[in-house]
Design a protein around this ligand. Structure first.
Ligand code: CTP
Length: 401
């Protein structure tokens, strides 16, 4: 299906990155109509947008008045995406101002509307901007969290436009026509695998890639949630619109999860924290000894973050989801082990992956069973990790209500 995209470009330095967005849509066979603001033309000229989109570009409402563009463009769109969205355009949209073609289009659109803000950290964090973002989200628009990184000058911080490829993915996810049933909710997801260092160069780690955690994050953004991902050693590109908190060790993951979940409505522990860590960290690289005797490494158990998060909550809020990679053995089946784990951990849902024969790790596809503390069981057949992610959020939403 050809998606009719209206790409609003407002006046920030990141507007040059929107050129790649046009390409991503058109090369996937979709149709893009670029609607720049007047100030954005200081950064990228109309000729660029006309050439890339193959469509005329108009900024104000008094050109081609006979075509009634200020109404028609919004009415005919399947998606309005504003990238970059400046503090100014967010403010106008929140207050329903309509003084150019883009802001008129925002008022006439009946399709999903997504904003990808980009601005300096101070402007993003300003109470006025935050209030405008909250208003837009409450109305059912998707406002992506800006990424953290290099800003216009030498400064770095939150406010960067997410990578165009990630905005593109987020936009396609929104078009899957899911309910915006996580609007107004804060969800916190742990992803990846922790590392426990023995010395400055060696660590104990595991094979968790973070793919499932990131798929959960993408799906939650598409359903309107504010999303924080505490990411342990994940090397994948961060999903657009997500606050990513990088961590290395289980102790860091633990601290950041406790901080991030203070106001969370749902928590998903998709990370694989190391169960054990070396009892001591040796400051200098451990050397081989001339007699060839291997060093003995003494391990101590790490705290169970999931159990701690369950213990810290009150009245079943937030909803808490655990993951378990299980293999069956002589004593019990995968499901029996998983039921016992669900009871032991005390969480509301447990997503169970059967990892016999190296299944699941690092792959794009997955299959799982989602067990509920209420005895429910949902079988998720083999498919993309995004499918499992939506099944998890369906089950979470059901419990939030
Ligand atoms: N988990 C955690 N903190 C740990 C270990 C695990 O929060 N220190 C979480 C994982 O993120 C996952 C769930 O607990 O959501 C189950 O992880 P798993 O490793 O299967 O649990 P264990 O209790 O370590 O069970 P097992 O003895 O089977 O390894």
């Amino acid at each position: 299906m050809v998606i009719e995209v209206v790409l609003g470009v407002s006046g920030g330095i990141a507007s040059y990155k929107a050129a790649e967005l046009v390409r991503l849509f058109t090369e996937s066979g979709h149709s893009v109509r670029v609607v720049p603001t007047e100030s954005s033309l200081n950064f990228v000229g109309a000729a660029t947008w006309e050439a890339l989109s193959g469509k005329p570009v108009q900024v104000g409402v008094f050109e081609h008045v006979d075509e009634v563009a200020h109404v028609r463009i919004g009415q005919g769109a399947d998606l309005v995406l504003v990238a970059p969205a400046t503090a100014n355009v967010l403010a106008k949209a929140a207050h329903g101002l309509a003084d150019d073609l883009l802001t008129n289009t925002l008022l006439t659109a009946r399709c999903p509307v997504m904003f990808a803000p980009a601005m300096h950290t101070e402007m993003w964090e300003n109470a006025a901007t935050q209030a405008n973002v909250a208003t837009l989200r409450a109305r059912g628009h998707i406002v992506l969290e800006p990424a953290v990184g290099r800003l216009t000058g030498v400064d770095t911080g939150k406010g960067r436009l997410p990578a165009p490829t990630e905005i593109f993915r987020a936009a396609l996810n929104v078009l899957e026509d899911r309910a915006l049933d996580l609007t107004g909710r804060h969800v916190v997801i742990s992803a990846g695998g922790t590392r426990e260092f023995l010395d400055p160069v060696r660590f104990l780690g595991n094979r968790s890639s973070g793919r499932q955690g990131y798929a959960l994050a993408e799906a939650a953004v598409a359903r309107g949630a504010r999303v924080t991902v505490v990411a342990a050693n994940v090397t994948l590109p961060p999903p657009a619109g997500v606050d990513v908190v990088p961590v290395v060790s289980t102790e860091e993951l633990r601290q950041q999860m406790h901080l991030a979940t203070a106001d969370a409505d749902a928590v998903v522990m998709a990370a694989a924290p190391a169960d054990f860590r070396p009892a001591e960290f040796v400051d200098a690289k451990i050397k081989k000894t001339p007699d060839g005797v291997a060093p003995q490494i003494h391990l101590v158990e790490n705290p169970d973050i999931l159990v701690e998060l369950v213990a810290a909550r009150t009245s079943k809020h937030p909803v808490i989801v655990g993951f378990a990679a299980e293999t069956g053995d002589a004593d019990a089946t995968v499901i029996e082990h998983a039921r016992a784990k669900l009871a032991r951990k005390g969480c509301d849902l447990l997503v169970v992956n059967d990892v016999s024969d190296g299944k699941v790790f690092g792959r794009d596809d997955t299959e799982a069973v989602v067990l509920g503390a209420d005895g429910s069981l949902i079988d998720v057949p083999p498919g993309p990790k995004s499918g499992l992610a939506h099944t998890v959020w369906d089950a979470v939403v059901h419990r939030l209500d």
